[in-house]
Ligand binder design. Structure first.
Ligand code: NAD
Length: 486
C-alpha cells in the first residue's frame, strides 16, 4: 500500500482524514505517496494554534525574529540534499535545478533576517504644540499562504520569510501535486527549534484552500497561482475583507531590435523560455523581432531549441522535464494546434515524446512557432509549456500595443544595443518587471509582482515585507488638551 502523508500542525504530523490524493512523479507516472486531505477541524486547529502565538510575536525583539529566520536558513542548507531529492521527485525537475531552488530559499530567509532588523517606523516630534506622532508597523495577523506546483519552495519561502520577519505566523497550503518539500521544510524547522504552530502546513486542494481563506482568524491571504483561481481567491477574501497578495500568470513579451547579436539573444531567450519545461510564470512567451533580423533570429532560436535535452529528472543532462499532468499537456497541444490552424509555421517541436523511458510522462519537445498573429491563443493566453511564439515587426515601437495586448502584466524583455531606445521601449511595457539586455531569475533584494491580470501587491525586497505589516498612527500628547474644533 502507498505511504500516507499527513498535514503538519502544532509541531506534529496529524492524521485526520477519510480522503487522500495520490501524488505522482510526473516523469515516471509512479505514485510517490497519498496525501491526506485536511478536514475543517485540522484547518481550524492549525489557524487557532498560529493565532495563539500572535500576541507574543508582536512584542518580541527584531533580533529574535532575525535569529529565527537564520535558523531556518541554516536548516535548509544543512538538509539541502534531501529536500532537493523530494522536490525533484514531485516536480520532475532535474536534481541540479531542484538543488538550486533549495539554495535560493536559504538566501531568501537570510535576506529577511536582515530586513527584520531594519524594521522601523517614523516619528513626528511636533505636529501640534505639545503633541507628537509615531507611525509604527504591526504584524497583520495569521497568514494563509497558498502556493502552486511549479516552484513549491521558492514561492513558499517568499511568503513565509517576510511573514515571520513581520511577526506573523503562517498556515501554508501547498499544491496537492507538489506538497512534500513544503511539509519536509516545516518539519525540519520544528526539529531544529522553530516554535510549533509558527509554520503549519495543511494539505489538499481547492476546498482546503477555501477553508483557509474563509477562516475568521486568517487576516491575510498570500496566493500564487493561475488567474482563474486567483479571481476566486480574491472574491472569497473580499467577503471577509482579508488583506491579499496575488501573484498570477503571464504570457510575457520580448522585444528584439535589429541591432543585437542574434546568436546570443536567441540563446538567452531560449534558456529562459524553456526553463522548467516552460512552466515558469515570467518566461518570455511571445517574441517580437524587427524584420531585418527575423530570418536569422528564428533560425538561431530553432537551433537552440533543438539542442535542449528533454529527459526525466534522473538524467543529469536533463534541461527540459515533463509537463505537470494531462490537462497541462492538453492545453499546450491545444495552443500549438490553434496556432497552426490559423497559419503559424512550426519550426521545431510540437510533439509529445513517446520513446522508451518517456511514455509515462508528458514530455513535449521544445517548440518554436513563427509567423504568429494576435488572434492565436499563444498570443492571448498563458500556455505554460515549452512553446515560444515569434513574429516579425517593422519596428519595435509599433509592436508596443501588441506586446501590451494580453490581460497580463507580469514581465517583459527588451534587447536593443541602443540603450536609450531600449529604456524607452521598456518604459512602455505594462509589466511589474522588465529586463533590458539581460535575462535572469528575479533577485530577492528587489520587488517582484504583476500588473493587470498578473496580480496584486509585491513579493521579495522590502516591499514584500510591507505586505505583512499594518501601519498604525499613534498621537501622543504631553498633557490632555481640548483640540476639538482646531
Ligand atoms: P492553480 O491556480 O491551479 O493552483 C494554485 C494553488 O491554489 C494550489 O495550491 C491549489 O490547490 C489552490 N487552489 C485551487 N483552487 C482554489 C480555490 N478555489 N481556493 C483556494 N485555493 C485554491 O495554479 P497551478 O496550476 O498550481 O500553478 C500554475 C499557475 O501559477 C500559472 O498560472 C502560473 O503563471 C502561476 N504562477 C505565478 C507566479 C507568479 O509569481 N506570478 C509564480 C508561479 C506560478
Amino acid at each position: 500500500m502507498d505511504r500516507l502523508v499527513s498535514p503538519f500542525v502544532g509541531g506534529n504530523r496529524v492524521t485526520c482524514s477519510a480522503s487522500s490524493i495520490p501524488v505522482v512523479n510526473p516523469g515516471t507516472g509512479d505514485t510517490l505517496f497519498n496525501l491526506e486531505v485536511s478536514t475543517a477541524e485540522i484547518v481550524d486547529r492549525a489557524v487557532r494554534g498560529s493565532y495563539a502565538l500572535l500576541s507574543t510575536l508582536r512584542y518580541e525583539t527584531t533580533n529574535a525574529r532575525a535569529a529565527r529566520l537564520r535558523l531556518i536558513s541554516h536548516t535548509i542548507c544543512a538538509n539541502a540534499e534531501s529536500i532537493a531529492e523530494s522536490l525533484s521527485l514531485e516536480t520532475g525537475k532535474s536534481r541540479n535545478n531542484a538543488f538550486q531552488e533549495v539554495q535560493s530559499c536559504s538566501n531568501i530567509f537570510d535576506f529577511y533576517a536582515s530586513e527584520a532588523l531594519r524594521l522601523s517606523g517614523r516619528y513626528f516630534p511636533s505636529l501640534r504644540t505639545g503633541e507628537q506622532a509615531i507611525v509604527s508597523l504591526e504584524p497583520v495577523g495569521v497568514v494563509g499562504a497558498i502556493t502552486p506546483f511549479n516552484y513549491p519552495l521558492t514561492l513558499l519561502s517568499i511568503k513565509v520569510a517576510p511573514a515571520l520577519a513581520a511577526g506573523c505566523p503562517v498556515v501554508a497550503k501547498p499544491s496537492p501535486e507538489t506538497p512534500s518539500a513544503t511539509l519536509q521544510l516545516a518539519e525540519l524547522c520544528c526539529q531544529a527549534g522553530l516554535e510549533p504552530d509558527l509554520f503549519n502546513v495543511v494539505t489538499g486542494g481547492a476546498s482546503v484552500g477555501q477553508m483557509l481563506i474563509d477562516h475568521p482568524l486568517i487576516a491575510k491571504i498570500s496566493f500564487t497561482g493561475s488567474f482563474d483561481v486567483g479571481r476566486q481567491v480574491a472574491a472569497a477574501a473580499a467577503s471577509g475583507l482579508k488583506r491579499l497578495t496575488l501573484e498570477l500568470g503571464g504570457q510575457s513579451p520580448a522585444l528584439v531590435a535589429a541591432d543585437v547579436n542574434s546568436e546570443l539573444v536567441s540563446l538567452t531567450l531560449a534558456n529562459q523560455a524553456f526553463e522548467n519545461a516552460g512552466q515558469f510564470c515570467y518566461r518570455p512567451a511571445r517574441i517580437f523581432v524587427e524584420s531585418i533580423l527575423y530570418e536569422q533570429f528564428i533560425e538561431n532560436l530553432r537551433e537552440h531549441a533543438l539542442s535542449k535535452v528533454v529527459a526525466s529528472a534522473d538524467n543529469p543532462e536533463a534541461e527540459i522535464g515533463p509537463l505537470r499532468n494531462k490537462s497541462a499537456y492538453e492545453k499546450v497541444m491545444r495552443h500549438i494546434q490553434d496556432a497552426l490552424d490559423h497559419g503559424a509555421r512550426l519550426l521545431c517541436g510540437g510533439n509529445r515524446i513517446n520513446d522508451q523511458g518517456y511514455e509515462n510522462g508528458y514530455f513535449v519537445s521544445p517548440t518554436v512557432l513563427v509567423d504568429v498573429d494576435p488572434s492565436m491563443l499563444v498570443m492571448r493566453e498563458e500556455t505554460f509549456g515549452p512553446v515560444v511564439a515569434v513574429t516579425s515587426v517593422d519596428c519595435l515601437e509599433h509592436a508596443i500595443p501588441l506586446a501590451n495586448s494580453t490581460p497580463y502584466g507580469l514581465a517583459g524583455y527588451v534587447f536593443c544595443s541602443d540603450l536609450d531606445r531600449g529604456w524607452r521601449l521598456a518604459d512602455q511595457i505594462e509589466a511589474g518587471s522588465v529586463w533590458v539586455n539581460v535575462v535572469h531569475h528575479t533577485d530577492i533584494q528587489v520587488p517582484f509582482g504583476g500588473r493587470k491580470a498578473s496580480g496584486l501587491g509585491r513579493e521579495k525586497g522590502r516591499e514584500g515585507l510591507f505586505e505583512y505589516l499594518e501601519t498604525k498612527t499613534l498621537y501622543l500628547g504631553r498633557e490632555t488638551y481640548d483640540f476639538s474644533g482646531v
